[in-house]
Design a protein around this ligand. Structure first.
Ligand code: KIV
Ligand code: ZN
Length: 528
């Protein structure tokens, strides 16, 4: 890593802390796709999961570690040797990797969560940081609930963790309780009072319960921290984590006040946001800073007039700087494969295989037949659809829906299930209900529908719809997605996509009684 004193390292935890948002689970394929984008984006460290938590997390950290070109992969562990072993096992194929190990240090957590005295916590740090150091010299240590920790005790634990080999010291505002002035003071105190602090990089990890995660992180950097832990779109436990895109653009736009550099290629922020939103099924609010649909929209006449005269009147950064392009009419049904491929490169899809291009081109031809104007967003939606390849055992063969006033809504559906063709007709409270009932009849299952969401890709009544469906079964969740000009076909395919992913997930069970899921259920693991 460069030695520049103003370089701030970006540690992304979208696939670990972000995935702890209830319902935000990502499949292995999605994590690999996200990791490729993050690698290209210039994220310095990618926390890909918590390997001991579940076989899915272990596999994700293992596979992500194999594909990263520049970013350093990282796994999370408690102060438990088995956790640290699992991290090492999952990460070891990478040339360079980081083990992130944490323990609570606040009086509240030590007493009620860990049932440990401060002396026992000190012993645990000594034992486990030293143990982790056997596997790599890139150890990160975190004092969970740091902002509610006695600052003298924090100084003692930080000094010890550095002495045992930690190279990064992370200060989490676990419950999002701090405010910028206080967080800044904590970092300053550590810098002033911990004798060996120059041997480590200080890091921030702020949650957003009071909406202050980004402000607290930036206050930490102003005080001397040089790593920020964050997530794309700010996803994470409860109100989420500090949003990567906001942090990076704040430092870039107000470089006069915060003269720090990151390795982030900001032109890929918009793409990263879309990939994460698609994988989690969590929509990005329209007015979200940097990546929201309206972030660069100027509605009022006065603003539009000002913008026409000089963009600086109402624009503090350009949409292009975060990868938002003016939407353009791209192609029609006579456009060839070559032009299509060029368009994909233009839209930032560089590493996709010929197979995916072939599938996406086939879908494009069908779409161009149905839809008068095909826009960049349409192309992106159908490529994203083609990129998510699962081993589907259930596929939609045909669908007819009868909807409207008077008659009850009815769906006739044919599915191929494990190679067998099956047909059903169902009525429901609305066409979507009838469709989902058909699937349930043909493939009996007991999942709960947690989310059904329709989103129009572009303007107009002939717009493609992308449908997201999240389902839950025994604490496990999956998100399915599909795009089509027919909203009901997209609904059926999104539901089947989620179900196929659940079937794959069922096959993976946790080892050693660690039957752990993400989010609040993860609390069942001792010490979290
Ligand atoms: O919020 C938190 O305290 C964490 C730690 C595990 C770093 O996520
Ligand atoms: Zn956290």
């Amino acid at each position: 890593m460069p030695e520049d004193k103003n370089r701030v390292y970006i540690f992304d935890t979208t696939m670990r802390d972000g995935e702890q948002s209830p319902g935000a689970s990502m499949s292995l394929e999605e994590k690999i796709q996200i990791s490729r984008v993050f690698d290209e984006l210039g994220v310095d460290i990618i926390e890909a999961g918590f390997p001991i938590a579940s076989p899915g997390d272990f596999e994700a950290v293992t596979e992500v570690s194999k594909i990263l070109k520049k970013s350093i992969p990282c796994g999370l562990s408690r102060h438990v040797k088995k956790d640290i072993d699992a991290c090492h096992e999952a990460l070891k194929s990478a040339e360079r990797f980081r083990i992130h190990t944490f323990i609570s240090t606040s009086p509240l957590h030590m007493k009620h969560k860990l049932n440990k005295s401060p002396e026992e916590v000190i012993e645990a740090i000594k034992e486990h940081v030293t143990y982790a150091r056997k596997f790599t010299d890139d150890i990160e240590w975190s004092c969970e609930d740091g902002t509610r920790t006695n600052v003298d005790f924090m100084c003692k634990t930080v000094e010890l963790a550095i002495k045992c080999g930690a190279k990064t010291i992370n200060i989490p505002d676990t419950v999002g309780y701090s405010v910028p002035s206080e967080f800044k003071k904590i970092i300053e105190t550590l810098i002033n009072k911990v004798p060996n602090i120059d041997k480590a990089i200080l890091s921030t990890h702020c949650h957003n319960d009071l909406g202050l995660a980004v402000a607290n992180s930036l206050a930490g950097v102003t005080a001397g921290a040089r790593q920020i832990e964050c997530t794309i779109n700010g996803i994470g436990e409860r109100a989420g984590n500090a949003a990567l895109e906001e942090i990076v653009m704040a430092m870039k736009t107000r470089n006069d006040l915060m003269p720090f550099e990151t390795g982030i290629n900001t032109k890929l922020l918009s793409k990263a946001s879309k990939v994460v939103s698609n994988a989690t099924g969590f929509p990005v609010q329209f007015n979200k800073a940097i990546v929201g649909k309206n972030a660069f929209a100027h509605e009022s006449g006065i603003h539009q007039d000002g913008m026409l005269k000089n963009r600086n009147t109402y624009e503090i950064m350009t949409p292009e700087s975060v990868g938002v392009k003016q939407t353009s009419l791209v192609m029609g049904k006579h456009s060839g494969r070559h032009a299509f491929k060029d368009k994909l490169t233009d839209l930032g899809y560089k590493d996709i295989t010929d197979d995916v291009i072939q599938i996406a081109f086939g879908k494009f031809k069908i779409l161009a037949d149905k839809k008068k104007h095909v826009y960049d967003e349409d192309i992106a939606a159908l490529v994203d659809d083609s990129l998510i390849k699962e081993d589907n055992v259930i596929n939609l063969k045909s669908l007819k829906v009868f909807a409207g006033t008077g008659e009850p809504q009815r769906a006739d559906m044919t599915l191929e299930i494990y190679g067998n063709i099956k047909q059903a007709t169902e009525i429901g409270d609305g066409p979507v209900d009838a469709i989902f009932k058909c699937v349930k009849k043909l493939y009996p299952h007991d999942v709960k529908l947690q989310l059904y969401q329709v989103h129009a890709v572009t303007e107009g009544t002939d717009a493609q719809a992308t449908v997201s469906v999240r389902i839950e079964e025994n604490g496990k969740t999956t998100v399915g997605q599909a795009a089509d000009t027919d909203t009901l076909v997209a609904s059926a395919n999104a539901y089947l996509n989620a179900l196929n992913k659940m079937i794959i997930k069922r096959k993976k069970t946790a080892p050693d009684g660690y039957q752990v899921q993400k989010g609040h259920q993860q609390q069942k693991m001792k010490g979290i």
